[in-house]
Design a protein around this ligand. Structure first.
Ligand code: ADE
Ligand code: ZN
Length: 333
């Protein structure tokens, strides 16, 4: 089964590019940009990756962002992820970036977007990996700051496909970002939001009704509300689950308690993703492998998870068809 997973064509729909920054590249960029890291070496840094909750992780994740300064840094970060994606048979990916964690340090929006997009275009030509970029607002900051961020990015509107919402969930409900999501919709952007990772099921209801999301990131706590599960199934909302992230951030105590198999059996359009692979100990294939072992997933389950990743992606209808056909052919052989 592990061999089957490795070469299976798949899409990744929940990946924070800043969360793919490996310690080796972090130290390399720190040296290049003359930035002092509060760790002596990569090993010491890795030892700090023990998290009691989401906030513990976010504190370290934002600190790591400080090494990213120039367009080339954002390019190097992104191309490193694509190299990994190619190795793991990802054929389509939709990447989050957190502009506010960089613009707040004086980095221009253009610098960030140009670096990331250059790598995306190169990966499409070199490795046949299609991709989209999703501009994510930090929910611990104000809606005013999110609006400023969107306005700064609108000059490059064709470079990204959707807006998202991440960072500290508890205490920062969807309602806080009603206006900026409305603005994004008016500009033709799609909408996603993290919800139900640590926050209650009500935040998922509000992401649907107030933010009018096209896809839900995480969604674990939907399991607490039968009516919500029904609604997610009826509305054919895709869910981007992140098993190893949930384990590392103690959203689940054990992967045997992970809701993905139950959700799959309920007919929800769930997918497998890595979230912040450098921090959580695995890329997409390691996530597939971990839940396959913990939940005893069948070949049919695994194929369905991959098919879902194409179906709930933002790819065009023709690209979806092409990817689904590739999956069929893979399983036929
Ligand atoms: N930013 C990066 N990873 C995140 C996660 N898992 N939840 C919320 N914000 C994030
Ligand atoms: Zn995330």
């Amino acid at each position: 089964m592990i061999e089957l997973i490795k070469e299976m064509p798949k899409a990744e729909l929940h990946l924070h590019i800043e969360g793919s920054l490996e310690p080796e590249l972090m130290f390399q960029l720190a040296k290049r940009n003359n930035i002092n890291l509060p760790y002596a070496n990569e090993e010491e840094l890795r030892k700090a990756y023990e998290f009691g909750n989401l906030q513990d992780f976010l504190d370290i994740y934002y600190a790591g962002c400080n090494v990213l300064i120039y367009e080339q840094d954002f390019y190097d970060l992104t191309i490193a992820y694509f190299r990994k994606a190619k190795e793991q048979s990802i054929i389509h990916t939709e990447i989050f970036f957190d502009p506010q964690s960089h613009t707040s340090r004086g980095i221009a929006m253009e610098t960030i977007v140009k670096g990331i997009r250059r790598a995306m275009k190169e990966a499409e030509v070199q490795w046949d990996i299609s991709s989209y970029l999703i501009l994510s607002f930090l929910r611990h900051l104000s809606e005013e700051s999110a609006i400023e961020t969107l306005e700064a990015a609108l000059a490059m509107k064709d470079e990204f496909i959707a807006v998202g919402l991440d960072s500290t969930e508890l205490g920062n409900p969807p309602e806080k970002f009603r206006n900026v999501f409305e603005m994004a919709a008016k500009h033709g952007l799609l909408k996603v939001a993290h919800g139900g990772e640590e926050g209650p099921a009500q935040y998922i209801w509000d992401s649907l009704s107030i933010l009018k999301i096209d896809r839900l990131d995480h969604g674990n706590r939907a399991m607490e509300d039968v009516d919500l599960l029904k609604k997610l199934a009826e509305q054919k909302i895709g869910l981007t689950l992140c098993p190893l992230s949930n384990l590392k951030l103690q959203v689940v105590k054990n992967l045997m308690n992970h809701p993905i198999k139950k959700m799959l059996d309920l007919g929800l359009l769930v997918t497998v993703n890595s979230d912040d692979p450098s921090y959580f100990g695995g890329y997409i294939n390691e996530n597939f492998e971990a839940i396959t072992n913990a939940l005893d997933l069948s070949k049919t389950d695994i194929k369905k998870l991959a098919a879902n990743s194409f179906n709930v992606s933002f790819a065009s209808a023709s690209r979806k068809q092409e990817m689904l056909l590739e999956l069929e052919e893979y399983f036929d052989n």
